[in-house]
Design a protein around this ligand. Structure first.
Ligand SMILES: Cc1ncc(COP(=O)(O)O)c(C=O)c1O
Length: 416
């Protein structure tokens, strides 16, 4: 499979550490030569141009966020002016929900998933409070079923007449389940409900068609499958039907660009997704997006998805063949069907998930652990090999057969 892999050449553009198998790109993607180069270029522009970089940089900094948005747009099936690189994922949830959640006396509920990444739930609760609602009444949290899955039908059954907005993850951070965004969007719209998605675990791994599906808004980070580095700017997709809205968190970078430097005190929002910006963009972090995005676009999101599914298929095949399962063993938590899973395999272990994850790390195989019992393994199409997958499952087999994990602490560190 490695010798026949059309994406194999991309691996040499990443800083894969010698002797290490990095399977944590769903948390923080690896640095690439391309990202390093674009950051170096902006550092040089800052050094030589100073303030002049805002207009005279190779990609002028003043419109950099819009340019990066337009570059990322094909990954999610949007037009260029519907996407902006800005803020952080959580801040962008605040910006989008603050602007699009317009409660009335008949409709004031927000529907979300209890197993979404907690920051989204924190943001929703605080947005409800800001709009004078009690989250205990107005936030409807859908629980996962006994297989750890959230069925689209059970979400749709909660879309009642009193719901104003839905926010869901495209892919669940722990279970790896991919939701049917098209079906959910159609169901929400039939009921007059605004719907958005946190796509942090899908963009860069799974293609989307937001314009075709009519999604209202989406947010995602750039540091996972997009490989743009820790804390680099995130993204917002705002469907053009919402252009012209007044952003709830107004700031001067969301102003109509042609007149931003008129510095008038009456706010005139940009007539694009750019209106969701607040402050001067973090150009250094954005620089890393430029290089990282170029690789993803060159490889092509459809080819990335195809290889990602092959890698995770192979991983699940080896787990099934080689690892002990059952009450004292491993089980695969993510859905098996290609249409229902994202870029990582969620492998649970009944007792020792945390220490097994540590033991892998002890062998320089980097995965992560999410309580209570899930080891997340993300073979990334751009820089992992099928051999990486094979080595990892062999290591897991040895780690449990020899109880190697017992030499690791039971307590969790600050970051897992
Ligand atoms: C689904 C999801 N949303 C948001 C975040 C983090 O948000 P932020 O980028 O604001 O730190 C994560 C972090 O892993 C995540 O998995």
């Amino acid at each position: 499979m490695d010798t026949q892999d059309p994406l194999a050449p991309f691996r040499s553009r990443f800083f894969v550490q010698p002797g290490e198998i990095y399977l944590d790109g769903n948390s923080l993607g690896l640095q690439s030569i391309d990202a390093q180069r674009s950051v170096s270029r902006i550092m040089a522009e800052w050094r030589t141009l100073g303030i002049g970089g805002w207009l005279d940089g190779e990609r002028p900094w003043f419109s950099f966020a819009e340019e990066l948005g337009a570059l990322a747009a094909p990954l999610i099936g949007a037009s260029g002016d519907e996407v902006i690189a800005t803020g952080t994922t959580t801040l962008n949830v605040h910006a989008c929900v603050g602007s699009l959640y317009r409660p009335t006396s008949q409709r004031d509920k927000i529907v979300a998933a209890a197993d979404d990444f907690p920051t989204d739930i924190y943001a929703l609760k605080s947005q409800l409070k800001l709009k004078g609602r009690d989250p205990r009444q107005a936030l409807v949290l859908i629980e996962s079923d006994d297989r750890g899955r959230v069925e689209e039908a059970s979400i749709i059954s909660k879309l009642t007449d009193d719901v104003a907005l839905v926010l869901l993850p495209a892919v669940f951070y722990r279970s790896g389940q991919l939701l049917d965004l098209q079906r959910l969007t159609e169901a929400a719209h039939e009921r007059g409900i605004c719907i958005g998605f946190d796509c942090s675990h899908s963009v860069g791994a799974v293609p989307h068609r937001f314009d075709v599906w009519g999604v209202d808004f989406a947010v995602w980070c750039s540091y996972k499958y997009l490989n743009a580095g820790p804390g680099s700017p995130a993204f917002i997709y705002l469907n053009k039907r919402h252009f012209g809205l007044e952003p709830s968190l107004a700031g001067w970078f969301g102003y109509n660009k042609k007149k931003q430097f008129d510095l008038l005190i009456d706010f005139e929002p940009a007539s694009t997704a750019g209106c969701m910006q607040i402050s001067s963009p973090g150009i250094l972090g954005a620089a890393a997006i430029e290089g990282a995005l170029a690789i993803t676009l060159e490889a092509g999101i459809e080819r990335i998805r195809r290889k990602s599914l092959q890698l995770t298929d192979y991983l699940m095949f080896l787990i099934d063949k080689l690892l002990p399962t059952g009450t004292d063993g491993f089980s695969i938590v993510n859905p098996r069907e290609a249409g229902h899973r994202g870029g990582h395999v969620a492998l649970s272990h009944s007792r020792e998930g945390k220490r097994i994850c540590d033991a892998l790390r002890g062998r320089k195989i980097i995965t992560d652990f999410r309580p209570p019992d899930v080891i997340r393994i993300a073979p990334v199409a751009l820089y992992n090999t099928f051999e990486d997958v094979w080595q990892t499952v062999n290591a897991l087999q040895e780690i449990v057969a020899t109880a190697e994990y017992e030499s690791f602490e039971k307590t969790r560190g600050l970051i897992t």
